[in-house]
Design a protein around this ligand. Sequence first.
Ligand code: BGP
Length: 477
Amino acid sequence: MALSDRFLWGGAVAANQLEGGWNEGGKGPSVIDMMTGGSSTKMRRITDGVIEGEYYPNHEAVDFYHEYKGDIALMAEMGFKCFRTNIAWTRIFPNGDELEPNEEGLKFYDDMFDELLKYGIEPVITLSHFEMPYHLAKEYGGWINRKVIDFFVRFAVTVMERYKDKVKYWMTFNEINNQSNTSADIFGWTDSGVLFSQYENKKKAMYQAAHHEMVAGAMVVKKGHEINPDFKIGCMCSFVPFYPYSCNPDDIMTATECMHERFYFGDVQIRGHYPAFAKKEWKREGTKPEMLPGDEEILAEGKCDYLGFSYYMTNAVKADVKKDTAESLDGSSPYSIANPYVKASDWGWQIDPVGLRYALVTLYERYEIPLFIVENGFGAIDILKEDKTCDDDYRIEYLRAHISEMKKAVEIDGVDLMGYTPWGCIDLVSFTTGELKKRYGFIYVDKNDDGTGSGKRYRKKSFGWYKNVIRTNGEEL
Ligand code: BGP
């Protein structure tokens, strides 16, 4: 048998894209509640409040906040072993800098975790998924401010203590490396609460914010293990590997250099120190973050137990095509060029199942700690037919090919893999487009971007397919 019988099959979501109830139960606003549009759209603006009819649809999302019992029952029907979501920081600390948590918010997650555990589904909890408290971004400048470390640690310790007997698997920051794209100012705001355009040296500002996050993350790993030694606490990176376009040695070195960005954050959180290439870059570009004495010890003492990563695509780079454009949100670099060997989705995300095996092998050989694929999936415009069925064969095809490569990484390459949680197991709001129409789910939610739809849930064709994959532990694809 390829996969261990403890393999964590499940699905992944994020509170701000799923829950809705953005101002219910004493919740405060997160930065994302104050924005319009998706992260990659021209519409995206910080509105400093709500513009009627124009806000990011996460205010209602798919109303998991009220519907979670029914939704979890459907996940249980598919045989989920785990469910990845995050605890919205602003449900627990509405402004972020309070001394006491909001009991109503804590109670909501207590009830949700109880519901999961009733079916034997392990919660896998990210502490921060693109949604820091608005107040911290506005009043403190986000993660660039060292004070935010204490606020985050207080939040993390509060929830780890509260749920120490309910949650075993944790992750600190979702796709912490995404903020390295400092050109997308508003994206940085979402991730780290920092408006990079305010800083002359944007890269330095980003490294500073990231340093604070990683120090906070390391403190949380250490404290978490004190709270419950059985906790498994991981970090989470987006991993879009760069391929050299050809065997031209210059292409190989371009890809190698581009990969530095991909490793920067994982290296610190897993190895416990900054890599050599980072120190050279800081010097060359004047981007060294300020550190306090003791920070290096904190990083060294708070190494993560596992690496969770998202995998959607790869990217090919060629030495002599350098464009003036900065990195873009689809994970490309100024050296990116279309890969003639792979197709792309409607949103231009290159579909590369073999790239998943490549990612697993690359990360495992570098870090030699357990890996967890916490996001992967196919965003598409699904059609709900008159009889309320949905033939998403393209999704089945995508997942089948990726799972098959994932199995090779375990079976042939010896990768220690904890689990697989496809993104958006139930339809939710897309992060980059800000729309509901880019769907990933096994469960269709009848809700549209114009506000129409019953909100009812329907099983797509992939629902039954994935159920059988889990039942056979990945033997039948
Ligand atoms: C990742 C994020 C998720 C999610 C996913 C799919 O970067 O961690 O929050 O949204 O991408 O992206 P999208 O929703 O834009 O298709």
